[in-house]
Design a binder for this molecule. Structure first.
Ligand code: GDP
Ligand code: MG
Length: 448
């Protein structure tokens, strides 16, 4: 799949600018990539439509070729939908902070309860777990084991009041949740994490119970835990929980599996709720803040490519480029100082030589950089630094004896100074031609 995307981008890279047909071909591939990642169909449809629109009206960025620009647009849109910046837990101004977990059976709620507790404990909090899943046999015991491993206390109902695997509500989960929060307050725990029951499928009894618990304990956060492997069902499940219980944030579990994360995009897009955490294993430490940008790359399966594009953009240094363009446009003289800036930019790119090799479609720029000797820039820098300001401003005054002095001052041979001045004169000539609006050198008489 990523191969397919890469080859589409490769097809694009030889073209100067994106045509509508190019964009449509790319968008088709992106649609396929998203469906392969199990993003829900309606989400895919909306997403590709907005990418297409943005690509059609995209501003041309100097640092990127058209294919990279499409990748960037796709990535930006993905990151945007996934929540932009990652957000952390909302803690109550007056403790305890009450966190309720909701989701289908097997989603990873009980495991997450332990992970959150351990993480919070590590940050100096004093969490307590509340076992309000009375539905499944052993659910309470499971939470007690998790609590023990995390080293945090667990508020549990009396034994006998739990675990029967029936369609009826077992025990009094709402009462247990309420008691749990009261216990936390009395014992001065600053965070309460309430584990709740789930069903294999969405059903009304489960929804009602979760809604009742929410009503009873007014949580600061209701975290909807969803298995990343759930695929196309993500949308219906998330919508059901949104309507039935409502939630303030999402936790994506089992991201250690080979799920491509399409569920993340579906849930974020359909519910508009932020994804707070990613659960990445059965161990309590396998848990991390959710990073929209990393998930975007995972969905597109493009790995480091996006990082490289960012670096290329940064290195290009938009400001310098703009200054240079303004200078060229005004026909103002291109000086040795400008020449040095150009060289230094090449050097910055040169240190990325190896990384650029990984990028599909760097084309011409890559070749130029491959042949570029970084030490050359140091030499040029030394030579220019050995000139007086006047010489830098007006290199024509640099006669034979000045050349010898400059060479001595910068530790190079006089022939190196000659070579530099020659290269500079050529560059200056080219700049002047471009500044006159001729575009190509050797076309005198073009209007300025
Ligand atoms: P609950 O029914 O929502 O409480 O789900 P559990 O916490 O009991 O988890 C169900 C199963 O998934 C258990 O076997 C967990 O060990 C496993 N599990 C939970 N979270 C993860 C995860 O992030 N990665 C993996 N690989 N397994 C997980
Ligand atoms: Mg559970």
């Amino acid at each position: 799949l990523s191969d397919r995307l890469t080859s589409t981008f490769k097809n694009l890279r030889t073209k100067g600018r994106l045509s509508e047909a190019d964009i449509d071909a790319t968008v088709r591939e992106i649609r396929r990539a998203l469906l392969d990642a199990d993003v829900a169909v309606p989400v895919v449809r909306e997403f590709t439509a907005s990418v297409r629109e943005r690509a059609l009206s995209a501003e041309v960025s100097g640092a990127l070729n058209p294919a990279q620009q499409v990748v960037k647009i796709v990535n930006d849109e993905l990151v945007g939908i996934l929540g932009g910046e990652s957000r952390s837990l909302n803690l109550a101004k007056t403790p305890p902070t009450v966190i309720m977990l909701a989701g289908l059976q097997g989603a990873g709620k009980t495991t997450l309860a332990g992970k959150l507790a351990l993480d919070l404990k590590g940050r100096g909090h004093t969490p307590i777990l509340v076992a309000a899943d009375l539905q499944r046999p052993n659910a309470v015991t499971q939470l007690q084991v998790v609590g023990e491993r995390a080293g945090v206390p667990v508020h549990a109902p009396h034994p006998g009041n739990q675990g029967a695997e029936t369609d009826e509500v077992v025990g009094d989960p709402v009462g247990v949740a309420r008691d749990g929060v009261a216990t936390a307050r009395a014992r001065e725990h600053d965070v309460v994490i309430v584990d709740t029951a789930g069903r294999l499928g969405v059903d009304e009894l489960l929804m009602q119970q979760a809604a009742d618990i929410r009503e009873a304990i007014s949580p600061d956060e209701v975290l909807f835990v969803i298995d990343a492997m759930i695929g196309q069902d993500a949308v219906t499940t998330a919508q059901a929980f949104l309507e039935g219980v409502d939630f303030t944030g999402v936790v994506l579990s089992k991201l250690d599996g080979d799920a491509r994360g399409g569920a993340a995009l579906s849930v974020a897009k359909v519910t508009g709720r932020p994804i707070l955490f990613a659960s990445t294993g059965e161990k309590l430490t396998e848990f991390e803040a959710f990073h929209p940008d990393r998930m975007a790359s995972r969905i597109l399966d493009m790995g480091d490519v996006l990082t490289l594009i960012e670096q290329a953009e940064r290195t290009f240094d938009a400001q310098e480029a703009e200054k240079m363009a303004a200078k060229v446009a005004s026909g103002e003289d291109f000086t040795l100082a400008d020449f040095l800036v150009q060289m230094q930019q090449m050097k910055k790119m040169g240190s990325m030589k190896k990384m650029l090799g990984m990028l599909p479609g760097m084309g011409q720029m890559r070749d130029a950089i491959e042949n570029f000797d970084e030490r050359e820039v140091d030499r040029i820098e030394a030579i220019i630094n050995s000139m007086t300001p006047g010489e830098r401003e007006n290199p024509r005054v640099i006669n034979g004896s000045r050349r010898a002095r400059i060479a001595k001052g910068s530790g190079v041979r006089t022939s190196d100074v000659n070579q530099l001045l020659e290269r500079f004169t050529q560059a200056q000539k080219m700049m002047r031609q471009m500044g006159k609006g001729g575009g190509m050198p050797g076309m005198p008489g073009m209007p300025a």
